[in-house]
Design a protein around this ligand. Sequence first.
Ligand SMILES: [Zn+2]
Length: 336
Amino acid sequence: MTMMTPKHWNRVLIAAIALLTTWLLVLLTPVHDLLRLTGLFNSSVPAESINPPVDPDTGYYLEELGEGAWFVSGWSHNAMFVVTDESVVVLDAPPSLGEAYVDAIREVTDKPVSHLIYSHAHTDHIGRADLFPEATVVAHALTAEALEARKDPRRRAPDITFEGRHSLTVGGVSIELAYHGPAHGPGNIAVYLPQQKVLSMIDVAFPKWVPVHEFAIAEDIDAYFAVYDHLLAYDFDHFVGGHANVGDRQDVQDQLDYALDVRESARAAAGNAPVQDIGKILAWTPNPYVTANFGFERMTAECEAPVVDRWDDRLGGVDVFTHSHCRRMVFQAITE
Ligand SMILES: [Zn+2]
């Protein structure tokens, strides 16, 4: 048996210090962020959640939804267009798709783009409206109002605005636009193609994934929940949500069920730790925000754990964004 001599102990000590220093560096520097970015520490994404295979050469993925309606997806955003007997009607113009969107349309048809519908005012969905300079722009009046304030030359003012509902018939294709409240933000509309049974509502339901941060930064959380009743009342087979995959009715139902689960879990967590009790503790601390935040984080964690357990193998990104949804709903629960 070899005995450890003092010389050996020195080496062990140096190795231990080196290991500790490395770990400190990993924890304290951007290397830690880089490691997290690999996703190696996250749970795997369900196979059916994998996003559409964007062609790296063209920068888009194209899928026909039926009778001239097409789903087009880039790396992060998606949209749709419908080819009618006369022309093309496009929904949105995401900058992340950019000119690839025009290429995708040209892969299918040479017809001119006659109409551009704005789903809502956000630049990540309509910031390249200038790619369709000849098109008549249709949007909700609140979207027009928001754009008026932005003064972005790439998102020109709509030519046609409406408040409740608006219908278009272009080259024999019916397109029904409806405002069901500020689910994601003021003026975001549902776009429905009844012949093709295609429904679109951007930034509300993310087929086969959870919404991104805080229910996709929903401005009015009650309106976010309320819009699902309207969406599920449509007769549709395909759903275009602006991100992730093209979905169907079940995907919209799953998203609602997930959101309801978060809400119930947040209410339970908030009920277990009444704000009044947190208030009593705050009185004893020099920086009450630290204690308050600790309390909110405890409630958030209590909301998050069971939801992640129930949904992790059903939707993508449950492990990433359930925390933010729970935190938002905890605040909602203690104020509603
Ligand atoms: Zn948006």
